[in-house]
Ligand binder design. Structure first.
Ligand SMILES: [Zn+2]
Length: 221
């Protein structure tokens, strides 16, 4: 069996979607790309998250041809592969229908960078991309065209896709975008939201991504 470590990482990340409350039943999926071979490990189609094991993960190549697996790959596999082909920096892709973020997708609204948490994690607005049909690579093309510098994009009338330079970073972006969407949704019940100034977005992003978590406690929250 190939890519044992990546199988374990992708399986663990898929199960984390359930633990984090981002998915239900069989919706949602995580994939990861092996930096040496370029092969993609992805969740199989139609299994509930509780039934996922490293051994039943599916491996495809960059063109989405099955390399290893007894089950069919997720129905979003062609779109994951499209993202990997067009974004050499991306090593992990996550898809969910997490409720609050998908509520914004349902009405076709992106999430402006109106909180320091959005500036920290994403450094920009979270865009909402146009509707794209499930099954082929249309979703992948739409992600690449609309995600910009963000790690997350809302797909109109569908859900959320996140990317990262690792499976773990794409997973974190999926958790954070749902948390942010929940806060912004709550805020919209009591008033208007206001986008942070561009220089504040940049300053927060820079602090969080270069200094946060270092030994210099004065710089940490
Ligand atoms: Zn979906």
């Amino acid at each position: 069996m190939r890519l044992i470590a990546l199988r374990e990482e992708v399986c663990r990340a898929n199960r984390a979607l359930l633990d984090e409350g981002l998915v239900t039943w069989t919706s949602g999926n995580v994939s990861g790309r092996d930096p040496e071979t370029g092969l993609i490990v992805i969740k199989p189609s139609g299994l509930t998250f509780a039934d996922l094991t490293p051994a039943n993960m599916v491996i495809v190549d960059a063109e989405c041809t099955l390399v290893e697996g007894d089950l069919g790959p997720s129905s979003d596999t062609a779109s994951h592969a499209y993202v990997y082909r067009h974004r050499p920096d991306v090593m992990g892709v996550v898809h969910t229908h997490s409720n609050y973020a998908t509520a914004f997708a349902a009405v076709g609204r992106g999430i402006p960078a109106c909180l320091t948490a959005i500036a920290d994690e994403f450094g920009c607005d979270i865009p909402c991309a146009p509707y794209a049909r499930i099954g082929g690579q249309d979703i992948g093309r739409t992600i690449v065209e609309h995600i910009g510098p963000s790690l997350a994009v809302l797909m109109r009338q569908h859900g959320v896709f996140t990317i990262g330079t690792s499976v773990q970073k794409a997973l974190k972006a999926a958790v954070m975008v749902e948390d942010i969407a929940k806060t912004v949704w709550l805020a919209l019940q009591i008033g208007d939201i206001e986008r942070l100034p561009e220089d504040e977005i940049a300053a927060n992003y820079e602090r969080y991504n270069t200094r946060y978590g270092t030994m210099d406690a004065s710089r940490n929250e």
